[in-house]
Write a protein that binds this ligand. Structure first.
Ligand SMILES: [Zn+2]
Length: 316
């Protein structure tokens, strides 16, 4: 599609610049020949190098990732600007592919993702979308000045990572709330609900988007006292200044459905909101498959109850 667009633009541009001026020449035959040659050169050079600026969506919707309707870039994701993105500060442009929304990508080779440096994480080989990472670095520096050390313990997780987590619980390889679900909860929908207390179904996790992070500890109790409380208090007060919000706030005070409260999970909304909007417009229950118990997704309405069952401030 882009190729067609480029050629079309080039052709008309080439003709425009090389239009002969009949008044100023006396030998129309030669002029036509020269003009024809110039047209050829212009067309070839435009076709080869292309009008580069045309590859960058100029629609202001693409720049304001924070709110409003989903960006509607005319470009398919396969030709989105790569590393060294020509629009400063914007590396995530819609439309997002289904694979991108479902976490079926490899962040190592995806141009919008960056590896997290060891100073920010206790893990190795984990990734975030570049703009999420940049915002985290700023937030981390500010927190450090206040004596708070933010440590990323989980960031992007792929569909396949989530499938491994999900199926381990589904199979009883890991207990949930002290139960071996494979033995004690034979009803599939009930079993899925247990896992959904804290774990997303593959294909429905915000971690698939590279916009969300888990910080310091996966236990709410850690954040209730001492250093953990200091971290949580700092985040509650300052994270929003850097674009980070807690999607899984207390129930039922702030929401009635969805996962339990997660004081460790923070979402970079300038990047996450447009992805969530694209997700809600693009993904159907038929797309949520390929793992044990996936048939319960529609029955439990996981998109309505879990993907959308978040802090209202995080809903696009
Ligand atoms: Zn999380």
């Amino acid at each position: 599609m882009n190729v067609k667009k480029s050629y079309g633009y080039s052709w008309s541009a080439g003709r425009k610049v090389s239009e002969p001026d009949g008044k100023s020449v006396r030998k129309p035959g030669i002029v036509i020949l020269i003009a024809a040659a110039m047209v050829c050169i212009a067309v070839i050079s435009f076709a080869a190098f292309g009008p580069l600026a045309e590859n960058t969506p100029q629609n202001p919707q693409d720049v304001s990732a924070n709110s409003g309707p989903a960006p509607q870039s005319p470009l398919p994701s396969a030709i989105q600007p790569v590393a060294g993105n020509p629009l400063p500060g914007v590396s995530t442009q819609a439309p997002y592919s289904k694979d991108e929304l479902l976490g079926k990508i490899n962040p190592k080779s995806h141009p919008a993702f960056a590896a997290i440096a060891p100073e920010y994480t206790s893990k190795t080989g984990i990734y975030l979308r570049q703009e999420t990472y940049d915002a985290f670095i700023n937030m981390s520096a500010a927190a450090k000045k206040d004596g708070v050390n933010l440590v990323i313990i989980s960031a992007f997780r792929s569909f396949y990572d989530q499938k491994a987590i999900w199926e381990q619980k589904w199979n009883g390889g890991k207990t949930v709330a002290g139960k071996n679900l494979a033995k004690e909860v034979p009803d599939f929908a009930e079993r899925a609900k247990y896992i959904l207390l804290y774990s997303s179904m593959p294909g429905t996790s915000r971690h698939h988007w590279g916009t969300d992070i888990d910080l310091n500890s996966l236990e709410n109790s850690y954040f209730a006292s001492g250093n953990g409380k200091k971290i949580y208090d700092w985040l509650s007060k300052h994270a929003a200044e850097y674009g980070f919000y807690q999607p899984y706030t207390p129930k039922p005070a702030t929401r009635t459905v969805g996962y339990e409260e997660e004081k460790w999970h923070w979402s970079y909304l300038p990047a996450a909101k447009p992805m969530m909007q694209a997700y809600l417009q693009t993904i159907a229950y038929s797309d949520i498959d390929g793992f044990l118990g996936c048939e319960t997704a529609a029955k439990l309405q996981v998109i309505e109850n879990y993907v959308k069952g978040i802090n209202p401030a995080c809903i696009p």
